[in-house]
Design a protein around this ligand. Structure first.
Ligand code: CP
Length: 293
């Protein structure tokens, strides 16, 4: 990985990903290391799966609490990180918003794993999604993968635009407006959800990022009607397919806004496989970063 960092998806390449996946399948115990967890945004899946991964490896955990830290006395976040670096833990696992410039993370002389960086990247989620696709036998088959929902503000979408394209998936996205983000160049846009679902072999549903933007009630009402993935829409799309549509969602989903709960129990859903694989893949990533060759 690029200088012991996994912050952007471009920090990892195909041979290293193959190595992480091989490690995922051959994990062993690993001791006397300490990871500091810094979570500045809420999390269930990422935080708990990283904790479980550390427990599996015997890695000690120290939790940073921003409210009881010296940030509350006016110390800057960058200075806080420099102080933690000076204490020489073995690893930082950090989830942060747009208040932190990721270049400041690259300057720290310590292994770091992003657990979600603002609207920019979510590399470990992207890797565990790729592992889930591999496990489902969907790799190297020119499968068509649709990103459905709030692509423009979504950090995972940014990671997948790089990673899945690189791994040979044909990509498209569907959301209310075509985005002019250069990273979406070469990725097909569908205004109509039904056309997009008819095109796709796999749909990855994305949550509306209401914590990053205020959407009008009119927009939300329209979004629910036109971009929520319902079981009816899945069944309709399946009428013309040879293989049932596969459904993914990184979570958390908002019931009735981006996803209909019934879809989670649908036979083509990989949603809980993603969650199950989160512990395995994150364990492998930590091991890959801490292991001295
Ligand atoms: N997928 C994901 O990042 O979920 P959490 O926000 O619950 O960690």
């Amino acid at each position: 990985m690029n200088k012991n960092k996994l912050i952007l998806i471009s920090d990892i390449n195909r041979p290293l990903i193959e190595k992480v996946f091989l490690t995922t399948e051959n994990l062993y115990t690993f001791k006397n290391k300490t990871a500091v967890f810094l979570f500045f945004e809420p999390s269930t899946r990422t935080k708990i799966s990283f904790e479980l991964a550390c427990h599996k490896l015997g890695v000690n955990i120290v939790h940073f609490n921003s409210q009881t830290s010296s940030l509350a006395k006016g110390e800057s976040l960058v200075e806080t990180l420099r102080n933690i670096e000076a204490m020489a833990p073995d690893l930082l696992i950090i989830r942060h918003g747009n208040e932190l410039d990721i270049q400041d993370l690259y300057k720290l002389n310590i292994p770091i794993i992003s657990a979600g960086s603002g609207g920019l990247s979510h590399p470990t989620q992207a890797l565990l999604d790729l592992f889930t696709l591999k496990q489902a036998g969907l790799i190297d088959k020119n499968k068509k993968l649709l990103l459905l929902g709030d692509v423009s503000l979504n950090r995972l979408a940014k990671s997948h635009q790089v990673l899945l394209k690189d791994w040979g998936f044909k990509m498209a996205y569907s959301c209310p407006e075509k985005c002019d983000d250069p990273s979406l160049e070469g990725i097909e846009y569908f205004k109509q959800r039904s056309e997009a679902l008819a095109w796709a072999d796999i749909v990855m549903v994305l949550r509306l990022q209401q914590e990053r933007k205020n959407f009008s009630s009119e927009f939300i009402k329209d979004y629910k009607i036109n971009y929520q993935l319902t079981l009816d829409e899945v069944n309709k799309a399946n009428l013309k397919k040879q293989e049932p549509l596969k459904v993914m969602h990184p979570g958390p989903y908002v019931e009735g806004l981006d996803l209909d709960k019934k879809v989670t129990d649908y036979k083509g859903s990989l949603i809980y496989d993603q969650v199950k694989n989160s512990v395995l893949v994150r364990t492998a990533i930590i091991q890959s970063l801490l292991k001295e060759d």
